[in-house]
Design a protein. Sequence first.
Length: 250
Amino acid sequence: MKVSVGVSLLLLCFVSHVKAVTVESCPLATGTFLRTEVEKTVTLTCMTDEGIDPSKQKELQWFRNGARVNLAEGNSLYRSSLCVQPVTKEDDGVIFTCQLKGDASVNSSIEFDVKYPPDLNDTKELFVEETTDVVLSCDVRANPPVTVAWKKDGEVLDLTSGNYKTTNNGITAQLSITKAKRDVHQGKYICEVNSAIYGTMARTFNVTVEDKVLRFPLGPTIAGIVVVSCTILFAIISRRNKIKCCRKSN
């Protein structure tokens, strides 16, 4: 998210009064909530009212979720502007606050409500061995939240059989398969999400179940070979010594 600062505002769409500080936003805000979408541009302007106590310093400060926003010189006295461009999903729920430098209680805030779809519409190829566990992950983070359905080979997946388990924390939806079997679990899986704003999107998983490959632990195998080799070598040396001793006695 890139925040740029400017001195002038071309359009003043909304005015919110809190004590002696006024915040204006474009596009139009509803109360203290500004609804927008990713990749859009939002302009915020803060001004001091005429009736402010003359004894108070009229320098303004901006904060993003409590973190100070650096302003260019000349963009903080009486009137100050911010340009959020482009808006990203990380801006959802962010609160921009403008306050009087000499009195933090004199402030006004606007909270962003950013609409965005989940990051989907792709295909993944998975090759797994039989009897291994498999996890299919689907990015479902979105605003507003989406509903999730899992399908296999074009049909809604029956989760009551086949050692399937699903989880969804609102950010990642997962389908877990315990001890995959070729005749049961091989096929095309689809994570289908439905959004009230963006419609239907999906991620496809082409799962191929292969024969299990026997693997030997390298470390113990090498150690075993060394032990056997040493045993054979010691046996040969011992045998040679015995043969030499017998020859001397004769």
